[in-house]
Design a protein. Structure first.
Length: 103
């Protein structure tokens, strides 16, 4: 990858892994704060969960909350996705949803 970028753009420096992680964490926090602020202003929220399988047959559980914001736009942010190490049993799903609701 470094060789290809050096060939295409001589002065381009790949960002460090920590830089990308920091940017990602800041963006995630900013989006979470915006969604939390939106949710304090809405009266009704629809919650959806989904268990899905990735190409590699890894299973994941996702949690979304849909609402209409102050500008009458439908919002459906993805609150969380976890890797399902165990079978998708009721206890595992309940624990995950409780953790997300607490957050």
């Amino acid at each position: 990858m470094h060789e290809l970028l050096a060939l295409l753009e001589l002065v381009y420096q790949l960002p460090y892994r920590q830089s990308i992680t920091d940017r990602s964490d800041r963006q995630k926090s900013a989006v979470a704060e915006k969604v939390k602020a939106d949710l304090t202003a809405v009266q009704h929220v629809s919650v959806t969960t989904d268990i899905w399988t990735f190409v590699s047959n890894d299973m994941y559980l996702s949690f979304m909350a849909s609402y209409i914001d102050g500008n009458w736009k439908v919002r459906t942010p993805l609150w969380a996705t976890i890797f399902m190490e165990e079978q998708h049993m009721q206890a595992v799903i309940t624990e995950f949803l409780g953790d997300v609701a607490d957050e």
